[in-house]
Design a protein around this ligand. Structure first.
Ligand SMILES: Nc1ncnc2c1ncn2[C@@H]1O[C@H](COP(=O)(O)OP(=O)(O)OP(=O)(O)O)[C@@H](O)[C@H]1O
Ligand SMILES: [Mg+2]
Length: 296
């Protein structure tokens, strides 16, 4: 059964998409893993653009081939039974499939669930909303070793659904003065989802088979070095994050290699030059640590 791992941070631009994309490519190319990537960033669709540039126009104009994850939420909002089928796309990487972003996912909210005057039934509906991604992934999980989920930088009802489906969550961080902010709120959101589901299991359905989502750790990205080691200020930030929870030992430095890769819509592994090679090496190391922290 594929291990489901989410990438989450309330802060934007910290490297969620970059890390999620490169881990997917490295898991497939260097470890022979079959990977499904879900693009949950309904605003940018960064994963979608990386894997299939031709889908970006449809993403901008709302011409999305479905069924998408949004269609699944719509089924709940119109009081239908949730059907798990979802459209999956192939990529130029043999072992990677992906589900493109749907801009309409910005409209996901529990406020749209039909309510009744029965508290238990309402609670059950909230749980169904939380379970949408899990239900969608259940029948296809066996086809993959890893399912990676990129997300939008916001703690909302969609993110809660993503967190619930995940076994592990990583939180990329930029080592600046506010770096702990995104990490702390991601951990808090995971804890909230875990305690909510415990409440549901204890009150309305004892048969719910649920293991709590685990926080795999922060991943430092866009780090700056001086003389081959982290700059003093960044080392201080790294230690500060380490005090509030787990953090990956491997970090990824800031540099032109990844910038060029983003421009060319390809992995940094395919870019030549000293800086790209350094970042490629770091991302390959990170992938090894990722497999240890989030085993398949
Ligand atoms: N190590 C790095 N060196 C240089 N540029 C980087 C590095 N990591 C990421 N970037 C660039 O920084 C920008 C933000 O990265 P990315 O899109 O991965 O962040 P994000 O957390 O997914 O952002 P958002 O929250 O907006 O989705 C991108 O333009 C990306 O190419
Ligand atoms: Mg992103």
């Amino acid at each position: 059964m594929g291990t489901i791992v989410g990438f989450a941070s309330e802060k934007g631009g910290v490297g969620k998409t970059t890390i999620c994309y490169h881990l997917a490519v490295a898991l497939s190319r260097y470890h022979g893993k079959k990977v499904l990537v879900i693009d949950g960033d309904y605003q940018r669709g960064g994963i979608t653009g990386r894997f299939d540039e031709t889908l970006i126009e449809g993403f901008r104009t709302g011409q999305i081939q479905g069924p998408t994850l949004y269609n699944k939420f719509l089924e709940l909002y119109s009081a239908q039974t949730l059907t798990p089928d979802i459209k999956i796309f192939a990529t130029s990487e043999e072992r990677i499939h992906f589900v493109p972003a749907d801009p309409r996912l910005s409209a996901v909210t529990v406020d749209k669930i039909p309510t009744t005057n029965n508290i238990r039934e309402n609670m059950r509906s909230l749980w169904r909303h939380l379970s949408v991604l899990e239900v969608v992934l259940a029948p296809i999980r066996d086809r993959y070793d890893y399912i990676l989920v990129d997300s939008h930088p916001d703690i909302n009802d969609l993110l809660r659904t993503i967190l619930y489906a995940c076994e592990y969550v990583c939180s990329p961080v930029k080592l600046d003065l506010q770096s702990t902010v995104g990490v702390v709120s991601a951990i808090e959101a995971i804890n909230n989802v875990n305690s909510d589901i415990e409440l549901v299991a204890n009150t309305i359905d004892e048969t719910i088979d649920y293991s709590p989502t685990q926080y795999a750790g922060a991943i430092a990205t866009q780090a700056r070095e001086w003389g081959g080691i982290l700059k003093w200020t960044e080392r201080t930030e790294y230690r500060r994050i380490a005090q509030s929870g787990p953090i990956f030992e491997t970090y990824v430095t800031e540099g032109d290699g990844l910038r060029q890769a983003a421009r060319d819509r390809c992995p940094v592994f395919d870019i030549s030059g000293q800086n790209a090679e350094k970042q490629s090496q770091q991302l390959r190391e990170l992938t090894k640590e990722f497999i240890e922290r989030c085993p398949a």
